[in-house]
Design a protein around this ligand. Structure first.
Ligand code: PXL
Length: 263
């Protein structure tokens, strides 16, 4: 059996379990080779830590891409996540253009809970919109979907309308996370008209969006349908949260390793 490969374009947050530190182990454990194009190097992620460091790797990304040119690499998938600058969005577009063979998975990481993450602004949102026509699968949370579609944020923002607007902006398929029809459930809605909800466990753990995306991409890369991949990603996240002590500091993420190690 051949192993599919995916190029993951995210940051390395050294502590805090998100982006590449979850994409790499999850894709590998699921039988998908994970190749890396790191966008930045941070001491921790930016969600709740004071004084974090951030090294912008835009120049290094350019050098890495140039060094790859003679190798004629083939990517089965390109999975973009946390990008450190509007310029990096142009670089992602370049990588996509030079790899027409790759399926393109875009997580427009920039916001949650109605607010942009530190360092992002409206200009970045506008630039991120440019990636949508390249996306085979776009996986925003509700906040990101609202920013991308210029819709005022509300947790109850009409999900079907958001999905339609995102498709009108050019994304082929959508998996909208944070979708919920009741106070004790949460899940995702897909553009193929299906939705899936699991138990909602109180509190907001960092990095679950990246874990969701990584599980989703690994299943899609292996040929699963959008619906099956979405169910697997929702189930994985809820299991990882359940494996995390309730009193744990939520900035440090969830115990996804325990779920990956289950065989
Ligand atoms: O989980 C998304 C994410 C990824 N990378 C960095 C972040 C965040 C969210 O805050 O700060 C650096």
């Amino acid at each position: 059996m051949t192993t599919p490969n995916v190029l993951a374009i995210h940051d390395i947050s050294c502590v805090g379990k998100c982006s590449l530190t979850v994409a790499l182990p999850i894709l590998s454990a699921k039988g998908v080779e994970c190749r890396l194009l790191p966008t930045g190097l941070l001491s921790t992620h930016t969600g709740g830590f004071a004084g974090y460091t951030f090294l912008d790797l835009t120049d290094e990304m350019r050098k890495i891409l140039r060094a790859w040119e003679p190798l004629n690499l083939h990517f089965d998938g390109i999975y973009s996540g946390y990008l450190g600058s509007p310029e990096q969005i142009d670089l992602v577009k370049e990588v996509i253009a030079s790899h027409p063979e790759a399926k393109v998975y875009v997580d427009p990481v920039m916001a949650d809970g109605g607010k942009l993450y530190p360092g992002f602004d409206e200009a970045f949102v506008e630039k991120m919109r440019e990636l949508l026509p390249f996306a085979d699968v776009l996986m925003p949370n509700i906040t990101e979907a609202c920013f991308l579609t210029n819709t005022p944020y509300s947790e109850n923002s009409e999900p079907q309308a958001l999905v339609k607007k995102l498709q009108a902006l050019g994304a082929k398929h959508i998996v909208l996370t944070g979708f919920s029809t009741s106070d004790n459930t949460i899940g995702a809605m897909t553009s193929d008209g299906s939705s899936y909800e699991t138990e909602r466990i109180g509190g907001s753990y960092h990095g679950t969006g990246d874990i969701f995306g990584s599980v989703l991409v690994s299943h899609l890369a292996k040929g699963a349908t959008l619906q099956k991949a979405t169910h697997a990603a929702c189930d994985f996240v809820v299991s990882a949260i359940k494996a995390t002590p309730k009193e744990a500091d939520k900035r440090y993420g969830v115990n996804f390793e325990a779920i990956l190690a289950e065989k």
